[in-house]
Design a protein around this ligand. Structure first.
Ligand SMILES: NC(=O)c1ccc[n+]([C@@H]2O[C@H](COP(=O)([O-])OP(=O)(O)OC[C@H]3O[C@@H](n4cnc5c(N)ncnc54)[C@H](O)[C@@H]3O)[C@@H](O)[C@H]2O)c1
Length: 255
């Protein structure tokens, strides 16, 4: 496949970083965008040292003003593929969920992806090629208690992706959402302790009963599953796959 310029939010850690590493190895030019500039720069540096083409950019996806300036700020680079992976979690009953935190989760995981797509779509249209991949979640399809903002944002992403897919049917642009069950990243490690407190159980019980028991395959999703899925969605072979939800949940949502 011809080299593409791939902009990955949250690319300094976890799923975003795993996808960045794999797609860099596939010969693409990767722009790692993250709130944590040092982590983004370190990740880019270690990939460049291996001979890959990677650049780091500081970005707060919850800031519409930064997003609006982005296409000009990163010139001469033009984005072919946008991967929205930046995300945070907050585990709390709605009654004690801070209002600003609720708003922040929606801004990072729903409004940010929409505004980023808006910012890069003109370039994609003019190239007659574009791929927008949102990292949704199992929680785009089902709910869990104490995650109201996260579940609302992730459900919202599916509606957003379907709508934008309808609006981009006239060009080779696709919009899809990859929805994994639990992946062992920083985001999940942090929430194991929070879930234990909210549910009044031990951390081992959180892993066993909350994260793995409802899943027929009973395993964490691994990075190669996500990276290969993203690689397929950006390929020419996936040009008619749009508005879709690729669920990697070990059978969780079959029940
Ligand atoms: N880990 C899982 O089990 C899991 C499962 C399903 C979906 N997801 C989703 O995958 C995505 C990545 O999560 P992860 O597990 O890799 O987490 P992670 O914590 O390892 O990485 C998240 C990255 O997003 C960045 N980020 C946070 N707020 C930001 C902001 N305002 N602007 C820019 N960057 C910001 C962080 O700095 C971090 O580098 C998230 O959208 C998450 O909801 C994760």
């Amino acid at each position: 496949m011809a080299e593409k310029t791939i902009f990955i939010t949250g690319g300094a850690s976890g799923i975003g970083l795993g996808i960045a590493q794999y797609l860099a190895q596939q010969g693409h030019y990767i722009i790692i965008a993250d709130l944590q500039m040092k982590a983004a720069a370190d990740a880019a540096e270690s990939l460049v040292a291996k001979g890959f083409k990677v650049r780091a950019v500081e970005l707060d996806v919850s800031d519409p003003a930064q997003i609006e300036k982005l296409p000009n700020a990163i010139l001469p680079d033009r984005v072919d593929v946008l991967i929205n992976s930046a995300g945070v979690q907050h585990v709390s009953k709605l009654e004690s969920f801070p209002a600003e935190k609720w708003q922040l989760l929606i801004n990072i995981m729903l409004v940010g992806p929409a505004l980023l797509a808006k910012a890069f779509l003109p370039q994609m249209r003019s190239n007659n090629y574009g791929r927008i991949i949102n990292i949704g979640s199992l929680h785009s399809l089902v709910a869990s208690p104490y995650k109201s903002a996260y579940v609302a944002a992730k459900h919202g992403l599916l509606g957003f992706a379907k709508t934008l897919a309808l609006e981009t049917g006239d060009v080779d642009v696709t919009v899809n959402t990859i929805c994994p069950a639990y992946v062992k990243t920083q985001l999940v490690e942090q929430q194991i302790a929070a879930q234990a407190i909210e549910n009044g159980i031990s951390e081992e019980e959180v892993i066993e009963h909350i994260m793995l028991e409802p899943m027929p395959k009973k395993s964490f999703i691994e990075m190669d599953e996500l990276a290969h899925s993203a690689a397929f969605l950006i390929s020419h072979a996936a040009r008619n796959i749009t508005a879709q939800t690729l669920v990697i949940d070990g059978g969780w949502t079959a029940r």
